[in-house]
Design a protein around this ligand. Structure first.
Ligand code: SF4
Ligand code: SF4
Length: 360
């Protein structure tokens, strides 16, 4: 089982560390969730076999990938502008890197060669645009921490898609966790990510990465290249003025604080109704989706029909269904909401605690 509860204190890992000890230590160090994926499984099931994101391409002797999840606190998703989420993203990534580094360092000191991969990186020998040496969302699924949603973000039952993940590669053999086989995403009948997406980049279990980048990476690498090309091509007398634009300020801010260069658009994360953080802090403020249009409703209708009729859907092919949840949606969000409401009532004193202590 992946580890999913907060744990405090504890000692550094020793030579005999097993899977349970490693996950417990990850939570002690500050991770919100921790799971383990087998490198052999990751090597056998690359997300896209044409461009394999596998541990063996990094180091063939890797046996296990320890996957950490850090949640993005929900409060920032309530803000009227995107800026607080962008800043929180940077803080969360910093914290996650520190936790992962500590865990890797402890394992290595205990005698097991171990290192951390960059959570957000691009391997240009595979593809241009954002395409890392490992796909952290697929690592998360293989480590039993969630499943992919309609917009192909990983959805954890606890925090929906409002998370970052990283992978720690170790030559220590650790018992892997089991994948979640039911679909965590509600699917076509929900489609709130589709409705909220400003550039309409959410596809049917897929994403138009270029479309998404126009909002999510306003000051990302490709925008920076295009800006430089425009400056080079401009007549000399205009160049000076071009350097004093909002564009250049955006790049500077992105380099300094990540703001604008990555994860600029939090809309599909903010409206996704999976996770107790959504029920507690976001449901009311994001009930209404202002970007919803009749055209998007028609798309949703088409998708519902295609799924019902069993039409071929690339994102749900036999290969891809592994990460979406081959059993389909079985009501995990409804169950979670029911339990959340029960606990709320219990806390407010409406229900006597004793009456529920033997629940499921
Ligand atoms: S991050 Fe924004 S632009 Fe990208 S898919 Fe989500 S809602 Fe659409
Ligand atoms: S918003 Fe709905 S359809 Fe989109 S990922 Fe979340 S649960 Fe799935």
């Amino acid at each position: 089982m992946p580890f999913r509860a907060r744990i405090a204190n504890g000692k550094p890992l020793g030579k005999e560390a097993d899977a349970a000890a490693v996950k417990r230590r990850a939570l002690e160090l500050g991770a919100d969730l921790a799971g383990i994926a087998s490198a052999a499984t990751l090597n056998a099931f690359p997300p896209d076999p044409r461009w394999p994101q596998t541990p063996e391409r990094i180091l063939p002797s890797i046996k296990s990938v320890i996957v950490l999840v850090q949640r993005i606190p929900a409060g920032a998703f309530r803000a009227v502008s995107n800026v607080p989420v962008q800043y929180m993203d940077m803080l969360v990534l910093r914290k996650m890197d520190k936790v992962a580094y500590r865990l890797a360092d402890e394992l290595e000191r205990a005698g097991h060669p171990t290192f951390v991969t960059a959570a957000q990186e691009t391997d240009w020998s595979l593809k241009r645009a954002s395409y890392g040496r490992l796909s952290t969302r697929h690592l998360g699924v293989e480590a039993g921490l969630g499943t992919l949603g309609l917009e192909v973000n990983i959805l954890t039952p606890e925090f929906g898609p409002r998370v970052y993940l990283t992978g720690i590669l170790s030559e220590l053999e650790l018992e892997p966790d089991q994948r979640i086989t039911e679909q965590v995403c509600i699917g076509e009948s929900c489609s709130r990510c589709l409705h909220s997406c400003p550039p309409n980049a959410v596809l049917h279990w897929g994403i138009d990465k270029r479309g998404c980048a126009t909002e999510a990476q306003e000051f990302g690498f490709m925008t920076m290249l295009q800006f430089m090309e425009r400056v080079i091509d401009a007549p000399p007398e205009k160049r000076s003025a071009m350097l004093k634009t909002r564009d250049l300020f955006g790049f500077w801010q992105g380099l300094l604080r990540v703001v604008g260069s990555f994860g600029d658009c939090p809309r599909c994360l903010a409206v996704c109704p999976v996770g107790n953080d959504y029920h507690a802090h976001l449901a009311e403020v994001h009930k209404h989706i202002p970007e919803r249009t009749p055209e998007k409703e028609q798309i949703q209708q088409r998708w519902r029909e295609a799924r019902k009729q069993g039409e071929p859907i690339a994102g749900l092919s036999e290969w891809n269904a592994r990460w979406v949840g081959p059993e389909g949606y079985k009501g995990i969000v409804a169950r979670q909401l029911q339990e959340f409401k029960r606990q709320q009532k219990e806390r407010s004193g409406d229900l006597p605690e004793a009456a529920h202590s033997g629940g499921d």
